[in-house]
Design a protein around this ligand. Structure first.
Ligand code: PMP
Ligand code: GLN
Length: 400
């Protein structure tokens, strides 16, 4: 991957998008997928499935293209999609949102996150409490808004936040508590106590809760509990999700926001000048997916749980200490059990050592906490079982 010099990059807060050498570095996902392409290694780095989503979802997109749904959809999203999102929130979570005022379709969860944070934040006096390690786009967008990150650490091996540390992080300067539950990269599901404390703190300090729930249907145990369902939360929460993970269509980039009207109005004001709108034929297809039967969603979670177990067993057999994820594609492995002490170096060497690609957790942390996460690596389990078994076999060769 070429590093392009970033001297023309003058956006406020853009410094953190550049590497130490002033070059624009690719994201960790792009870098590691390129490494997999060049080396032919099995890519357990960037989280994307290796099989297609449900046939009826794909067919609905084909039909939409064939029937001429190829021009701009409405800026808020096609009515069919907004209706389906409202029905889905009601069916799974008992949340009632008005598709006319409370829902916006976005270009993936990524645009939803960007539009929301750019709408709500303004400069260095605004703080965002973020659970660390965090999805890479959060820090980038908070940087563009010129706001400050206040990290709350999720620590190996259970990656639940410490309630005292969380309480100390939230102050009257906190504009947003940014939640990602189920959590990437750790696979953690927040406990009811953590959710309750977040809501309590948001109320006390008048902060908005922004919650990224793209892994909502990839939970292995009890069904997902959106933080918006906690008493007191719905009125101050922006919930974000996406069809990418649930319907195995990560390249379609259909996401959405559900929130009270005063918040969606602010978000729409920004969103309409980011993309305006996107993905006309994919919007009815994701609507079709959201209306699929309960069995589809249950099957998805079971399949992911089984794959995650195969990956976890393979990593354990290869000598790693591994986390026990409760959801998502991801498992965290401690490389120090194998005598390594720097996960970034380990990941760069891994295609040569074992023909596998993974990503270091240090790509998801602030510089101040870098060393705490130094030995940890994230592996993705969203691949066919035989691919995971082959990867496990190759990883076992490191110590054989
Ligand atoms: N949030 C999290 C936590 C993610 O893991 C991802 C990547 N799938 C996204 C947001 C981005 O979602 P999308 O592809 O819908 O933009
Ligand atoms: N969400 C995916 C992951 O965490 C990657 C998305 C991306 O490449 N930006 O692996």
């Amino acid at each position: 991957m070429t590093h392009v010099h970033g001297s023309w990059l003058r956006a406020a807060g853009a410094a953190r998008l550049l590497g130490a050498d002033g070059a624009v570095a690719p994201t960790i996902f792009a870098e590691m997928s390129a490494l997999a392409d060049v080396t032919g290694a099995i890519n357990l780095g960037q989280g994307f499935p290796d099989d297609d989503g449900p046939a009826e979802v794909l067919e609905t997109a084909r039909e939409a293209i064939a029937s001429g749904q190829n021009q701009y959809p409405p800026g808020r999203g096609a009515p069919v999609l907004r209706d389906a999102i409202a029905e889905h929130q009601q069916r799974f979570y008992g949340l009632a949102w008005d598709p006319e005022t409370d829902i916006i379709a976005t270009a993936g969860a990524t645009e939803a996150i960007a539009a929301t944070l750019l709408a709500l934040l303004d400069g260095p006096d605004d703080e965002v409490v973020v659970f660390e390690p965090f999805y890479d786009a959060y820090a980038a967008v908070i940087g563009l808004a010129g706001a400050r990150i206040v990290p709350v650490r999720l620590r190996w091996p259970d990656f639940q936040p410490d309630l005292d540390e969380l309480s100390a992080a939230v102050t009257d300067r906190t504009r947003v508590i940014l939640v990602n539950d189920p959590h990437n990269p750790t696979g953690t599901v927040f406990s009811p106590d953590v959710r309750a404390r977040i809501v309590e703190l948001a109320e006390r300090h008048d902060a908005v809760i922004v919650t990224d729930e793209v892994y909502e249907h990839l939970v292995f145990g009890d069904p997902h509990v959106p933080i918006a369902t906690v008493p007191g939360a719905a009125d101050r929460t922006v919930s974000i999700s996406s069809g990418g993970k649930t319907f195995r269509t990560t390249g379609w980039k259909i996401g959405w926001v559900t929130a009270p009207e005063r918040l969606t109005t602010a978000i729409l004001a920004v969103k309409q000048y980011l993309t305006y709108a996107n993905g006309s034929p994919f919007q009815p297809a994701i609507a079709r997916g959201l209306r699929m039967r309960d069995e589809f969603f249950a099957g998805l979670a079971t399949d992911m749980r089984q794959k995650s177990a195969v990956l976890g067993a393979g990593l354990t057999a290869a000598g790693f200490d591994v986390s026990s994820p409760a959801a998502t594609y991801f498992t965290v492995a401690d490389t120090s059990a194998l005598g390594f002490d720097d996960a970034a170096e380990f990941c760069r060497a891994l295609p040569g050592l074992a023909g596998v690609v993974a990503v270091p957790l240090t790509a998801f942390v602030t510089a101040e906490h870098h060393d705490e996460y130094r030995p940890f690596v994230r592996f993705a389990a969203c691949k066919k079982r035989e691919v995971l078994e082959q990867a496990a076999d190759r990883l076992a060769a490191i110590t054989r």
